[in-house]
Design a protein around this ligand. Structure first.
Ligand SMILES: *[C@@H]1O[C@H](CO)[C@@H](O)[C@H](O)[C@H]1NC(C)=O
Ligand SMILES: *[C@@H]1O[C@H](CO)[C@@H](O)[C@H](O)[C@H]1NC(C)=O
Ligand SMILES: *[C@@H]1O[C@H](CO)[C@@H](O)[C@H](O)[C@H]1NC(C)=O
Ligand SMILES: *[C@@H]1O[C@H](CO)[C@@H](O)[C@H](O)[C@H]1NC(C)=O
Ligand SMILES: *[C@@H]1O[C@H](CO)[C@@H](O)[C@H](O)[C@H]1NC(C)=O
Ligand SMILES: *[C@@H]1O[C@H](CO)[C@@H](O)[C@H](O)[C@H]1NC(C)=O
Ligand SMILES: [Ca+2]
Ligand SMILES: [Ca+2]
Length: 411
């Protein structure tokens, strides 16, 4: 059978509860054959983010990591800090529901500092949305809390939503925090509103790529850092730590304000060499048409753009990279979930659209192939998940792709 797996977080507006792993047959049709169903705590937004996980490349045991950004945890004094759950996967048809356990990325309360003789919280982990993003790469895992706030370095206490991420390696036996925007450059004009970890991915050699769409008056920013560099010399006390080898994009002219670079990120090879490039969504850039930019991962400079076709369609809300047609060249998919379809003599309908750019040669792409949603307010293209790397475990080797929209979950 030509099938592969698709993980579906069932989220509709404020409701996020049930998660299924489905077999997917051919391109874009979901076939729910014996779905494996996971459930999280009520109101925890369980299923907001998902990824597959395998402790080592050789390991036969596949599991699913599920973000629940409003879950309560065992962290003392923290309310709805958010969590990522480890959910063992089994296709055993006799089992209909499956147990998931919280992964202990961080068991601690807010760190405190002494200011003028009184102890104050240095950070604010309640309602930080940990688990809003989760990503795996060969046994490495990253999960982020884009609404994590900290007190800033200023005399008067302020709360800046810098965001933070945690990495785990060796099957969750070592953890470290990575908060690239918790720096000496606070406030909206600096990195204070960065929301690092709003999006996240890994390169093939395991370098972490982090999107922070709120830096520099919401111009947004992309950062990269090696996971080994994050782990080496990590200490809970080093709050303003700069990870060796970290790279980031810089502030641009104020015409780029409110464009949200880093709202989404993905990684692929587009220049005919071995060094991968970063693809980052800028959904409110280019006068709100939205664009997606390709970034040189060696020095984080911009190489080229794909631009949206309709204002306010949120082109770049989601991005994905996979070699969809199997020609050896990575291809780019871009979601614009608020795209409106205009039919003659009728009101425009908000259906969402996904754009597929096939790479013919290095830095040469086809005109986009268009996939348009069918349901009004369906937000087709909300999430795009290529699943090309799952074909080692008995599920047939066809490349497959899941394009999510709300109405896929709720008929
Ligand atoms: C988390 O705990 C708080 C306080 O105990 C409670 O009010 C809230 O409903 C809980 N949230 C979830 C998602 O369980
Ligand atoms: C410390 O307290 C003193 C006296 O209350 C005040 O004048 C000063 O501004 C405070 N300094 C800081 C850093 O808050
Ligand atoms: C990896 O960690 C999970 C979650 O703690 C555990 O259930 C599993 O047995 C571990 N696997 C290996 C190979 O150690
Ligand atoms: C990326 O930047 C590096 C370092 O400046 C440079 O050597 C390389 O040619 C650049 N790649 C592209 C595709 O621009
Ligand atoms: C980055 O690499 C590009 C391509 O080689 C080069 O044009 C640019 O000057 C480099 N930028 C920096 C800041 O090194
Ligand atoms: C991408 O588009 C933005 C917004 O229009 C523009 O400022 C930027 O220079 C473009 N970058 C490249 C590499 O073309
Ligand atoms: Ca390259
Ligand atoms: Ca291709």
């Amino acid at each position: 059978m030509n099938s592969c797996l698709c993980v579906i977080g069932a989220c509709l507006g404020m409701l996020c509860r049930v998660l299924s792993v489905l077999s997917v047959v051919s391109g874009f049709n979901l076939h729910g054959e014996r779905p494996t169903v996971y459930r999280g705590p009520e109101g925890s937004y369980f299923g907001y983010s998902v990824d597959f996980y395998r402790p080592t490349p050789e390991s036969k045991k596949l599991s699913v990591l599920v973000g629940a950004p409003k879950a309560n945890t065992s962290q003392p004094g923290i309310i709805e800090g958010g969590a990522v759950y480890y959910c063992p996967f089994t296709s055993d048809p006799t089992k209909t529901t499956h147990r998931c356990t919280q992964i202990p990325f961080d068991n601690t309360n807010n760190r405190m500092i002494k200011v003028n003789g009184t102890r104050e919280p240095l950070e604010f982990k309640s309602h930080q949305w940990f688990g809003a993003s989760v990503r795996t790469h060969k046994g490495k895992v990253v999960a982020c809390a884009p609404l994590y706030h900290w007190r800033t370095v200023k005399v008067n206490s302020e709360k800046d939503p810098v965001g933070t991420c945690y990495v785990a390696v060796q099957n969750f036996s070592a953890y470290a925090e990575y908060s690239p925007c918790r720096t000496n450059d606070p406030d909206p004009e600096g990195q204070g509103f960065c929301q690092a970890g709003f999006s996240v991915d890994f390169t093939k050699d395991g370098t972490l790529v982090v999107g922070g769409p709120g830096s520099f008056y919401w111009q947004g920013q992309v950062m990269t850092a090696g996971v080994a560099d994050i782990l080496n010399g990590y200490s809970l006390k080093a709050v303003l730590r700069r990870v060796p080898g970290e790279k980031h994009t810089h502030a641009a002219a104020d015409t780029h304000d409110d464009s949200y670079l880093g709202y989404s990120v993905a990684v692929g090879e587009f220049t005919g060499d071995s060094e991968q490039e970063v693809i980052a969504g800028v959904p409110r850039g280019a006068q709100n048409f939205g664009y997606v930019t390709m970034i040189n991962s060696t020095n984080l400079t911009f190489i080229m753009n794909f631009t949206g076709e309709q204002m306010a369609s949120y082109f770049g809300y989601s991005v994905a990279v996979t070699d969809l047609n199997g020609d050896g060249f990575d291809d780019v998919l871009v979601g614009a979930p608020l795209y409106m379809e205009r039919e003659t003599e009728s009101k425009p309908r908000e259906v969402g659209r996904v754009y597929l750019y096939l790479q013919h040669f290095p830095l040469t792409f086809s005109d986009p192939l268009l996939l348009t949603g069918t349901h009004t307010f369906g937000r087709f293209g909300t999430a795009i998940a290529p699943l090309g790397d799952l074909n080692q475990d008995g599920y047939n080797g066809m490349l497959c792709l899941c394009v999510f929209s709300f109405q896929s979950f709720f008929k």
